[in-house]
Design a protein around this ligand. Structure first.
Ligand SMILES: Cc1cc2nc3c(=O)[nH]c(=O)nc-3n(C[C@H](O)[C@H](O)[C@H](O)COP(=O)(O)OP(=O)(O)OC[C@H]3O[C@@H](n4cnc5c(N)ncnc54)[C@H](O)[C@@H]3O)c2cc1C
Length: 412
């Protein structure tokens, strides 16, 4: 699709900015509600964003996508992989293993693991199928809201008008800045090196999720190995004084990857990224006129342990579309604004909960607090395969499993 001509203003009832998981979910939700859906994204069509991103999709997300577009959840699950075995080690000693029996029932699995780019491709194809209109190469640079709607301007000077804008423009959201919402919250002091490696069919690895506390072959750093369709994600938890370049340079990778994976994998590196994980929420999820709704990473950033980023962007987007549909048919401007503020209150509460779960996981990984450090050590001293202590050490790096109010899965 071509971008709008500069100087020409296009009016929409709803515009979605950003074609990541949040924006694509919003577009599908709009179409499912019988509304037209238009998405603006600054990327040139078909370009792949560099770096590692999400892989792990919860069953709740698959079910939500299946509802938006029958067949989509199943299709994503069919492309992804599941592992039946999870394993943990403490300083090289195995402390936990569990292998689940094969799934007996038909239908959507409890999770799937697929690179985010491939999940997005499947979602975008479903959007096209549903008649979603994409405008690629459109970078929104400013937004102004009023009691009547929102006016966006893009980098080419074109204006776009809408009654409501669903902001899904990611962690550096221009829309978040435009509505003067600020991110609040800490960032991890430690750096994490995240490496995506392509599978080596000549030297296949068992399909298992493996976590190493204090891996002895990398001088006691934590290492997480997670399979996804077509490859492996390796997270190396650097120590506070580590220089990241030592681990991310080609020589560095050739040195440490063979210590935690079969040697040939060090030649199969697809992406290497370093992160200090943010644990931040926007202080407001909508503007003064309740016309712009922040979703996904425009609204919150979480450490990835427990996989709450993309998995919570999907319900954010669905809830935003629901609020907008209610607002568009509300009896008065006050009632419309109240619908949007309800969205804000609900998704902010969910984001606070998700941040605290991801925070618990991060704290457990880093063990900076003496109480966590001691608890981990005490559990490791008694953990043997099958013990409760081992099960706790295996699961704690992902944070609490249950959601607030004990209803839905952890992504909510
Ligand atoms: C290493 C790593 C591992 C992760 N693992 C997981 C995981 O396993 N499970 C999970 O749930 N989450 C995970 N996450 C988080 C997940 O990647 C994000 O939560 C998710 O990408 C957020 O989706 P989004 O749509 O909000 O933003 P994004 O994916 O960032 O999409 C934003 C879109 O907006 C566009 N855009 C930006 N600015 C503009 C603009 N001004 N105008 C127009 N378009 C614009 C961008 O081009 C992009 O297409 C992980 C993250 C990292 C870094």
């Amino acid at each position: 699709m071509s971008t709008a001509d500069p100087g020409r203003t296009l009016r929409n009832s709803v515009l979605v900015v950003g074609a990541g998981p949040a924006g694509l979910s919003a577009a599908l939700a709009l179409r499912a509600a019988g509304m037209p859906a238009t998405v603006l994204d600054r990327r040139v069509q078909g370009t792949v964003r560099p770096g590692s991103r999400a892989a792990y999709l919860h069953g709740a997300s698959l079910r939500a996508l299946e509802q938006l577009r029958p067949g989509l959840g199943q299709e994503i699950a069919d492309h992804g992989v599941m592992w039946a075995t999870k394993r943990s080690y403490w300083a090289g000693r195995e402390i936990y293993t569990r292998t689940y029996p094969p799934l007996q029932r038909d239908g959507l699995p409890p999770f799937t693991s697929l690179p985010q780019v491939r999940t997005e491709d499947l979602m975008a194809a479903a959007c096209r199928d549903r008649g979603v209109l994409f405008h690629w190469g459109v970078e929104v640079t400013s937004a102004e809201s009023s009691p009547d709607g929102v006016r966006l301007v893009d980098s080419a000077g074109a204006a776009w008008e809408a009654d409501y804008v669903i902001a899904a423009d990611g962690s550096r959201s221009a829309l978040r800045s435009a509505i003067r919402s600020r991110l609040e919250g800490p960032r991890s002091r430690n750096t994490f090196v995240v490496v995506d490696l392509d599978d080596n069919p000549a030297q296949p690895m068992p399909l298992e999720r493996v976590f190493h506390y204090k891996h002895p072959r990398v001088d006691g750093r934590n290492v997480l190995l997670v399979p996804f369709a077509g490859g492996w994600r390796v997270d190396l938890n650097l120590l506070l004084n580590d220089a990241a370049e030592k681990f991310t340079s080609p020589e560095g990778l050739r040195d440490w990857i063979p210590r935690v994976m079969p040697e040939s994998y060090s030649e199969r590196v697809r992406w290497v990224s370093t992160y200090r994980f943010a644990q931040q929420l926007a202080d407001r999820f909508t503007d003064d006129h309740s016309r712009v709704l922040l979703t996904g990473e425009a609204a919150h950033l979480f450490a990835p342990f427990g996989a709450r980023g993309m998995n919570s962007s999907i319900p954010d987007a669905i809830r935003a579309v629901h609020a907008v549909c209610e607002a568009l048919s509300a009896a008065s401007p006050e009632a419309a604004a109240a619908e949007i503020r309800r969205f804000e209150a609900e998704r902010k509460e969910a984001a606070q909960y998700n941040r605290s779960c991801a925070g618990a996981a991060l704290e457990h990984m880093l063990a900076h607090r003496p109480s966590v450090w001691l608890r981990r050590r005490a559990a490791a001293a008694v953990a043997v395969a099958g013990s409760k202590a081992g099960a706790w050490l295996d699961s704690a790096p992902y944070g609490p499993k249950l959601a607030a109010r004990g209803t839905a899965k952890s992504s909510y």
